[in-house]
Design a protein around this ligand. Structure first.
Ligand SMILES: Cc1cc2nc3c(=O)[nH]c(=O)nc-3n(C[C@H](O)[C@H](O)[C@H](O)COP(=O)(O)OP(=O)(O)OC[C@H]3O[C@@H](n4cnc5c(N)ncnc54)[C@H](O)[C@@H]3O)c2cc1C
Length: 424
């Protein structure tokens, strides 16, 4: 078995590649151009940053190494879940303190609404449905924790509710669960369709998008930043890096700030109408409470899409993984007598212990947002809107900060090289 780096796995075998609405026409950067802001990465973080900036009239250029949605944003499982995926709300409050905790909680818990609002506003063709999220309890022992979780989201004004054993069986189609909870703001979509639709929206707002333009370096030039690609460059006041798990070495050690976890995603044959009436009949997005969760949703053709973390043989040995996941799904949904995995692909997650987004202030005017550790459909889109607020604000005082930073850097460089810098 040949071991490929997960980030190098192709996107072409994915269901989304076969079914997403086409990408807008874009080309490689072959010129030296200028912009207020240069965004690196054509995933949700980069696209949402570029879109929210373009909406404010900011002159924005986005550079993508391959194609729009080449990274996690084009190959994920398509669940748009409006919660934190690891920490409970009180733990976030404790971890971040105020006012940061309340700000992040407000943004993250409204992030699914932001995604579906963009889909509606820009008429994005991506199978987007906000039909609700079901989290099912795999053991009775997790129900008290779920009750508390459901309550935390209720206290934020969300119409969440607990599900008893019968209702969870009816909503999931599985007799294996002991109850659960429901969040009406969850939904699901075709992730590559969303990425491509966001790129189209950026263009419609006057933003410029270049693909096949991998950034190789960022360096200061005349009080601005020069963002280098093989055949061209962008001179910009600010740079936003949204390169996720697919980050290449354009900024020292940025790719070392996370570890990579592979995810295998697969899709069945279209499920017949009779079965669709009993398996996830409300077209919800379904996940269970296991750490190694079972998770499923339909695509527009009625295929069940599920995923599993890559671990040992699982994910890398395709026949083994398909057999394992077939057994798991059949156990979960006994009505499903036939499971024919017709699509199978891999993607990479940018994992770090805190699991909430990490914002890196790399240099004055250069930021990176990554390390989402999953749940990037809402989180990446939400972080884009945050970064788009930062950038114009930053323009007002960036030149002074930049000068101060450059002075310190030049002095350090001089000292490190044995030179005797002046005392100012
Ligand atoms: C298989 C899988 C399943 C998942 N399932 C879900 C799910 O169901 N729901 C959910 O919410 N989240 C899910 N996630 C997570 C989610 O997809 C990611 O968190 C999210 O897409 C990250 O978006 P991003 O824009 O930060 O990065 P990405 O989408 O990874 O985009 C980064 C982009 O930067 C580009 N790039 C990298 N280096 C350079 C460079 N030097 N120059 C120019 N461009 C560069 C890459 O080519 C890439 O297109 C899943 C992820 C995977 C991999």
């Amino acid at each position: 078995m040949r071991q490929v780096r997960i980030q190098d796995a192709p996107i072409e075998p994915s269901l989304w590649y076969a079914t997403a609405a086409p990408a807008p026409r874009t080309e490689a950067l072959t010129d030296r151009i200028q912009a207020d802001v240069c965004v690196i990465g054509g995933g949700y973080t980069g696209l949402s940053s570029a879109l929210h900036l373009a909406e404010q009239g900011v002159d924005v250029v986005l550079l993508e190494a391959k194609e729009i949605g080449h990274g996690g944003s084009g190959r994920n499982a398509g669940h748009c879940t409006p919660t934190f995926h690891f920490y409970e709300i009180p733990a976030i409050r404790k971890m971040l303190g105020e006012p940061y905790a309340s700000r992040l909680i407000a943004r993250q818990t409204n992030a699914a609404n932001l995604v579906f609002d963009l889909i509606r506003r820009y008429d994005i063709d991506c199978e987007g449905v906000q039909t609700g999220y079901v989290q099912a309890a795999h053991a009775p022992g997790v129900l008290s924790k779920m009750r508390a979780r459901c309550g935390y989201y209720q206290s934020l004004g969300k119409a969440t509710r607990m599900l008893d054993r019968d209702e969870v069986a009816q909503l999931t189609g599985s007799p294996r669960y002991h109850g659960g909870w429901f969040h009406p703001e969850g939904g699901h979509l075709n992730p590559l369709g969303l990425s491509r639709g966001l790129a189209r929206a950026v263009l419609s707002r006057g933003g410029r998008v270049f693909t096949q333009s991998p950034v190789t370096a960022i360096s200061p030039e005349a009080g601005r930043w020069r963002v280098e690609a093989p055949q061209g460059a962008v001179l910009a006041d600010k740079v936003i890096c949204g390169t996720g798990a697919y980050t290449t070495g354009f900024w020292p050690r940025l790719e070392k700030t996370f570890s990579t976890l592979g995810v295998a995603v697969m899709a069945t044959q279209p499920i017949g109408d009779n079965l669709r009436k009993v398996i996830a009949p409300n077209n919800n997005t379904v996940v269970d409470s296991r750490a190694d969760a079972m998770i499923y949703k339909y695509n527009k053709e009625g295929r069940l899409v599920t995923s599993a973390f890559v671990e040992g043989r699982r994910g890398r040995d395709v026949a083994f993984t398909k057999a394992l996941m077939r057994e798991k799904l059949k156990w979960l949904l006994p009505q499903l007598t036939e499971v024919d995995w017709q699509y199978y692909w891999l993607g990479a997650l940018d994992m770090q212990p805190r699991t909430i987004p990490r914002l890196f202030d790399l240099a004055p005017g250069v930021v990176a947002s990554l390390g989402y550790s999953g749940r990037g459909v809402p989180t990446g889109t939400m972080m884009g809107s945050v970064l788009a607020e930062w950038a114009p604000l930053y323009m007002n005082f960036a030149p002074r900060l930049f000068l101060a930073w450059s002075r310190i850097r030049d002095q350090r460089l001089a000292r490190a090289g044995g030179a005797n810098p002046p005392p100012f």
